[in-house]
Design a protein around this ligand. Sequence first.
Ligand code: 13P
Length: 246
Amino acid sequence: MKLIAGNWKMNGSLEANDALVRAIAAGMPPSACDVALCVPAPYLAQVQMLKSGSKLELGAQDVSQHAQGAYTGELSASMLREFGVRYAIVGHSERRQYHGETDALVAEKAKAALAHGVTPIVCVGETLAQREAGQTEEVVKRQLAAVIHVNGHCISEIVVAYEPVWAIGTGRTATPEQAQQVHALLRKQLAAATAHAQSVHILYGGSMNAANAASLLAQPDIDGGLIGGASLKAPDFLQIIAAASA
Ligand code: 13P
């Protein structure tokens, strides 16, 4: 079954969330794929309540590598669990870029999530400069290798998201072939670490929308999507869910 995860990023309000989550829950097809909403932390309790009775799962956008203690501003995996959080995005390119997150830190965050029953959605992806320099394979492999190194024994429990940085929020989507090529590489890398690589979800993210979702999701190694902008509009997000549920 495919997984469609919405990453709201720093968007939303009590009022807007209420309308959005109700519309998504009401519009879910009867045999929908797995769907998660990764919402800003202050809204976890609200969305936990709004989604109850639906198939929607709750996600966070980050998690601390620490279990507890003097880490001002951080959120632990066990706190997230208390609000019914099932997924946490780790290593999003916006956090790597604006918060200096390293491959090693991302691996530790994935470990902390796994230790508390939260599934990390580990983001990898190259910048435009790296793609143009022919470094795509090297970059995504290095990013995933760090996570495998620290979490080898339970690596089949993670979700991977391939998000080419140049496709995020730009309207410039990777072609299905470009995305599939990288997904296949990531699958091969996982297969070297676990016998269950086939069952690991590898999501595509980067300007996925209602119009291009079906062709991306038709690729053999694209097991779902991590959706930014289009996850904030119920009709668009529902069309992506429908494409993934077909
Ligand atoms: P967009 O869908 O807005 O390009 O964002 C993708 C993304 O970064 C999801 O994590």
